[in-house]
Design a protein around this ligand. Structure first.
Ligand code: DAH
Length: 340
């Protein structure tokens, strides 16, 4: 009987070892330890044993029962761990994975243009300066030699806070700030927001953007202005573009000019967009800084001369990207903005 018990133990342990699932283990348990199991049958047969043998065999049988039960329990535990391990692998969440769902935006076309303009001038040796959007009437008009009766001063054209403070109507007051705070030679550009009391339509917005340039030094001439603008236009739009200079009037420059650039659609041949003139009109205003403006800002106009220019960044953005309505720039419609 002892041999039989030993045999059951060895076979049971082998079978448990080879078991590959929980269900099979349970079947094994029933087959060996269950009410009708092999080991149980042996225990039932113990009544035929002698008095001396009975407790010995009983002890061995119980030991074996325990060994088998422990072995089954351990195997079941192994299965549980195995299953958990597999689930962890299967359900792993890789938080580092970069999915296409992450859309990183880009700069607004207007800011792209503004940065590009600043970069071009930086490469030409200009420094970049910033000016406030809330300005004094003094800087925005008076020191720039703007006559007291100039229409742009009118309440209907300018956003005033009070008699002496306003939202700047152009970036030109930055010239004043720089001249008052720096000694020549000066070479700077300043881009930013400007404001005028305009009705919104395809070409007007009460808030728009300009970039201003100022160069002051000894012997700075109109030739330097033209050369700088020509180089800038060719850098920005391409070598094939030409410029045309027309006389104009600005209170803060003398002489003053306006600059046209060959039409972007037909490159100067003449088309519907340029009214068959071959030119994109009024892209830029400029001139030689008026001696009175130099004096107003504490610069000796006998010793120094300078040129200045200003242009609309919105206008340049529209021309550059072929936009026919300024409102597109400010609508913040993603379908539009995603294209650039
Ligand atoms: N401030 C002018 C405007 O808003 C543009 C301008 C013209 C700026 C001539 C200048 C300049 O610096 O010299 O229309």
């Amino acid at each position: 009987m002892k041999e039989r018990l030993e045999e059951i133990k060895v076979k049971a342990l082998e079978a448990i070892q080879e078991a590959d699932n929980d269900k099979y283990l349970e079947e094994l348990r029933v087959k060996i330890l269950g009410k009708k199991g092999e080991l149980t049958a042996i225990l039932k047969g113990m009544k035929d044993l002698s008095k001396e043998e009975r407790p010995v065999v009983g002890m061995i049988a119980n030991e074996i029962r325990e060994i088998i039960q422990t072995s089954i329990d351990k195997k079941k535990e192994d299965f549980k761990w195995e299953e958990l391990k597999n689930r962890l692998i299967e359900e792993r969440l890789d938080v580092t994975a970069s999915k296409d769902l992450v859309h990183i935006g880009h700069r607004h076309p207007l800011n792209q243009t503004m940065n590009e303009l600043e970069d071009l001038f930086r490469h030409m040796g200009f420094s970049i300066v910033d000016g406030p959007e809330i300005e004094t009437v003094l800087n925005n008009f008076d020191k720039l030699n703007s006559p007291k009766n100039h229409p742009s001063r009118d309440m209907s054209d300018t956003f005033y806070f009070d008699e002496s403070t306003l939202l700047r109507t152009h970036t030109s007051p930055v010239q004043v700030r720089v001249m008052e705070n720096q000694k020549p030679p000066i070479r700077m550009v300043s881009a930013g927001r400007t404001f005028r009391f305009d009705e919104v339509d395809a070409t007007h917005s009460p808030m728009f953007h300009q970039i201003e340039g100022l160069v002051i030094g000894e012997n700075v001439s109109m030739a330097n202005l033209i050369d700088t603008i020509n180089a800038f236009i060719k850098n920005l739009f391409g070598e094939e573009f030409s410029t045309r200079y027309r006389p104009h009037y600005f209170p803060f420059t003398e002489p003053s000019i306006e600059v046209d650039v060959s039409c972007f659609a037909c490159k100067g041949k003449g088309c519907d967009i340029c009214n068959h003139t071959g030119w994109s009109m009024e892209l830029l205003g400029g001139g030689m800084v008026h001696p009175q403006v130099l004096e107003n800002c504490g610069i000796d106009s006998e010793k120094y001369t300078g040129f200045a220019f200003g242009m609309g960044v919105d206008r340049i953005t529209m021309v550059k990207y072929g936009l026919d309505d300024i409102r597109l720039i400010y609508d913040n419609d993603k379908r539009f903005l995603q294209q650039f």
